[in-house]
Design a protein around this ligand. Structure first.
Ligand SMILES: *[C@@H]1O[C@H](CO)[C@@H](O)[C@H](O)[C@H]1NC(C)=O
Ligand SMILES: *[C@@H]1O[C@H](CO)[C@@H](O)[C@H](O)[C@H]1NC(C)=O
Ligand SMILES: *[C@@H]1O[C@H](CO)[C@@H](O)[C@H](O)[C@H]1NC(C)=O
Length: 240
């Protein structure tokens, strides 16, 4: 009897311990607005647009290599397809966080700076890989990024605003949220893609144009509205 009750209390302890673990899991900070940057001035319309989400690291070669085809695809579909880019600084790219933070900073100055700066990073990212920056102090690399990448995009007049914004804890927080947001969605590398919220199984490798059109063509051509002739049923049957 004694033995049995001891067994039961041990079991209870384990159960309570486990549920405490779950309760203690910290709430991810909820940003004031959904994370991500809308590409090409085409924000998604709920229930209308096919939405591609791309998680990119500005100093990741695969993110860079996948970008031109993705842009072409999104331009090809016009208003039917929206693209949201999330920044996902990978911890093993030492300057990924700083690069992402600088993109958040220019976004606050003027959102039209975001994609030009992301592309500038893609173009020059090799200078900011781990190896070439290994012996440089962080302050020097931050200055180089400011001078070589940021100023050509935002201009000298916005530089004081940029420097203040980059130092502000706000830009640090925004970048942390981008990272946590990706973690919460199960992102494990870059580039990582979702179409209408569903992850694609090809993360980390650049996708060819045809791969994209094979996925997107059937989606954009599907009719979603009921018609007077009652063909809504057929649409559902097709989808099943
Ligand atoms: C942002 O930049 C664009 C393009 O350079 C410009 O047309 C627009 O006026 C700027 N917006 C603000 C608020 O400065
Ligand atoms: C940014 O922060 C660094 C380190 O804390 C400091 O040395 C620098 O003066 C700050 N720059 C601005 C523009 O606030
Ligand atoms: C991803 O999914 C597609 C479609 O089901 C399949 O053809 C392809 O082999 C998958 N790729 C990988 C890397 O699993």
């Amino acid at each position: 009897m004694m033995e049995a009750s001891r067994g039961v209390s041990l079991l209870l302890l384990v159960i309570i311990g486990c549920s405490l673990c779950l309760v203690c899991r910290a709430q991810i900070p909820i940003p004031a607005r959904t994370d991500g940057f809308v590409y090409g001035g085409k924000p998604p319309t709920w229930g209308e647009t096919v939405v591609i989400e791309a998680f990119n690291d500005p100093v990741c070669p695969d993110s860079r290599d996948a970008w031109p085809e993705l842009k072409k695809v999104v331009e090809h579909y016009g208003s039917k397809v929206s693209l949201i880019v999330h920044l996902f600084p990978l911890p093993y790219h030492h300057y990924a966080f700083i690069a992402s933070r600088s993109i958040h900073t220019v976004n606050k100055i003027n959102s039209s700076f975001v994609f030009p700066l992301l592309e500038k990073f893609f173009k020059c990212q090799e200078d900011y890989y781990n190896q070439p920056t290994y012996k440089k102090p962080t302050a020097v690399v931050v200055d180089e990024i400011t001078k070589n990448l940021v100023v050509p995009v935002i201009g000298k007049t916005s530089l004081p605003a940029y420097k203040a914004g980059f130092n502000d804890s706000w830009s640090d927080q925004a970048t942390r949220i981008s990272f946590k947001y990706g973690c919460a969605r199960g992102v494990t590398g870059t580039p990582y893609f979702f179409v209408n919220g569903i992850p694609l199984n090809v993360s980390g490798s650049p996708l060819e144009y045809k791969y994209w059109t094979d996925i997107i063509d059937p989606l954009v051509t599907q009719k979603l509205r009921a018609t007077p002739s009652g063909s809504f049923k057929n649409v559902l049957a097709e989808m099943a």
